[in-house]
Design a protein around this ligand. Structure first.
Ligand code: ZN
Length: 192
């Protein structure tokens, strides 16, 4: 569980590829009206990643239906962006998890490094401990993680479970965790 991974461009290019796959699945499915989905990405200014993250990785994939009268917007799940939050999803998980551990000094250093203020971190804590456990997603998804994960141990326990056995290279564990959580990143994904 190391923030240095999050500062590596290669980590973000791996997640970018995964987002491309998730987006392609949605595009192939087309619009619910039968229309064709065209790219209409959102430009984002993600925070918490490497300072030199190339601009092409700063888009959230999104589509618009090409049918006159529909034009519905469809935004696929993402392993990088959590809804409209400006910080990258992995950063939100890692900082909140570190805050639960016995490493207050590391949290301070990381907060300083990534320019996250204390109120923001406190909000993330509320998100993981109070909002997330109430979501319809978690009520179903927790059944896939045995033994059951206690809500009070979120998100630290999620990280532990998914990174277990990936000590030499945590990237695959992170990819699995972020893909597992990707349904909450779309509009309505956090509904109870
Ligand atoms: Zn449509």
């Amino acid at each position: 569980m190391d923030h240095q991974l999050l500062q590596q461009v290669t980590f973000w290019t791996a997640l970018f590829s995964l987002d491309q796959e998730l987006a392609e699945e949605v595009r192939l499915g087309g619009c619910s009206c039968g229309g064709v989905l065209h790219r209409a990405d959102f430009r984002r200014k993600p925070r918490g990643g490497p300072p030199d993250l190339p601009a092409e990785y700063c888009y959230r994939f999104s589509f618009c239906c090409n049918r006159e009268g529909c034009r519905k917007r469809v935004t696929p799940p993402s392993v990088r962006f959590l809804g409209r939050k400006v910080y990258l999803h992995a950063v939100i998980i890692l900082v909140a998890a570190l805050r639960q551990g016995a490493t207050p000094r590391r949290v301070c250093l990381l907060a300083e490094l990534l320019e996250i203020d204390r109120r923001t971190i406190a909000r993330w804590q509320v998100f993981w401990q109070e909002q997330f456990p109430q979501t319809a997603f978690w009520k179903v998804a927790r059944g896939f993680l045995l033994p059951l994960v206690n809500a009070a141990s979120l998100p630290l326990e999620l990280l532990r479970r998914f990174l277990h056995g990936h000590d030499s290279d945590p990237t695959p564990g992170w990819k699995k965790l972020l893909e597992f959580l990707s349904p909450i990143t779309v509009t309505g994904g956090l509904k109870c």
